[in-house]
Ligand binder design. Sequence first.
Ligand code: ZN
Length: 263
Amino acid sequence: MTIARQFHWRGSREKRDPRPVGTPETRRYFSALATRNSVLATRYNTPMIHEIIPVGPLQCNCSVIGDETTHEAMVIDPGDDTEDVLALIQKHNLQVKQIVITHAHIDHVGGAMKLRAATGAPILLNQNDYALLKMLDAQAAWIGMPAPGKVEIDRSIGDGDKLTAGSLQAHVIETPGHTQGSICLFFPGEDKDKDEHKLIAGDTLFAGSIGRTDLPGGSTEKIMRSLHNLVGSLPDNTLVIPGHGPLTTIGEEKQTNPFLIKR
Ligand SMILES: [Zn+2]
């Protein structure tokens, strides 16, 4: 199953322009969508609260994402600086429904237990990173941080899972390589071509670079497969929020990222 098949844009382009677009496969896909979505009538691209705050000594990009109407929210990668994250939650009057961890590196998961204690929200991580999570003390020693203590995971998430906060929906994509259990979260816009989509990329894809694979559980072969799956399936107008550093887009990375340019 390709990534694109997991998502259901509403196919509104088809209504405006009946000419078939793309390959026979994508045409079949979009016509199937039109039927399915008339039933589901899922609302996408409702106004979204999205705050990105770099946390901790390694400046991990923590995302606070909330529905502007219901104020339900999810926090992704609360690595540290829990007080600052909680201040953002309070600023927007949010009710955190889930705490999502893209992978079990300390700079992404270090503040999760404090945030769970403050919000009551469950912590979600792919089970293939459970072993890495048991090594948090060793990870802390590598980068000279105090050990954060044990982090308890409430539920494993993986391919095909959809996480919701109000009317917002994130699709989980497994992207092993940086770690065995790395995931990305994809928030599809309402119209595949016109609207912006978002990808929370963890440490899989960066602006102009990719995640390192020399740490325990890393695999260059796997990360390249994951990356080609992402850039081959997601629309160019997908805003990428990497785990560290500046934002980018899938289109920009396809054209300029030295690890992804087709030779
Ligand atoms: Zn990492």
